[in-house]
Write a protein that binds this ligand. Structure first.
Ligand SMILES: *[C@@H]1O[C@H](CO)[C@@H](O)[C@H](O)[C@H]1NC(C)=O
Ligand SMILES: *[C@@H]1O[C@H](CO)[C@@H](O)[C@H](O)[C@H]1NC(C)=O
Length: 156
């Protein structure tokens, strides 16, 4: 009985401690279907799973523990490029569909933010707000663990 309680307490403590540490997320990106294993249906076994995901923070050097996983499925409205991004971020961006800014591009699509290990393997997230043209302007670029190739693509 005593041992059981001790175990429970240490489990709780461990959970609390882990709450302050970083999350594990799938990290990949696909442009126009360039990386089929990153697209839906998702194949976790063929993708990168980043444990204790770290991300850069605006105005700071180094990397910091991420707390959320993100999945973006959208189309760049200017160049009509379809992208799927799975990454980790420090702050939640909620989950919604509509029009949003991603770096310097206007995108239409859906963002899914979630907070448990590996949660961004989820299939396409349908949201009742889809199509209402929500403008999400506050997306913090620096919080993305964006892949260099993707950055290059967006900045070009
Ligand atoms: C996984 O990550 C490595 C190193 O960043 C990269 O070279 C590789 O292409 C990635 N694989 C996938 C499936 O994204
Ligand atoms: C993606 O597809 C669009 C529309 O077909 C095309 O204009 C664009 O150049 C493509 N981009 C890449 C990186 O393949």
């Amino acid at each position: 009985m005593g041992a059981w309680i001790l175990e429970l307490v240490s489990l709780l403590l461990l959970t609390m401690l882990q709450g302050g540490s970083s999350i594990n997320c799938y990290t990949c990106s696909s442009v126009n279907g360039s990386s089929p294993s990153c697209e839906d249906p998702f194949h976790p076994a063929m993708s990168n799973y980043t444990e204790k995901c770290m991300v850069p923070k605006k105005g700071h050097t180094g990397v910091f523990p991420a707390n959320f996983c993100i999945k973006i499925v959208g189309e760049n409205t200017e160049v009509k490029e379809r992208m799927v991004i799975r990454a980790c971020v420090m702050k939640t961006m909620d989950s919604q569909c509509g029009v949003f800014r991603y770096q310097d591009s206007t995108m239409t699509g859906c963002i899914l933010t979630c907070d448990f290990d590996g949660c961004n393997s989820a299939p396409h997230h349908h949201n009742p707000l889809a199509g209402t043209g929500l403008l999400l302007t506050a997306i913090a670029i620096a919080n993305f663990n964006a892949l260099p190739a993707l950055l290059k693509w967006i900045q070009s």
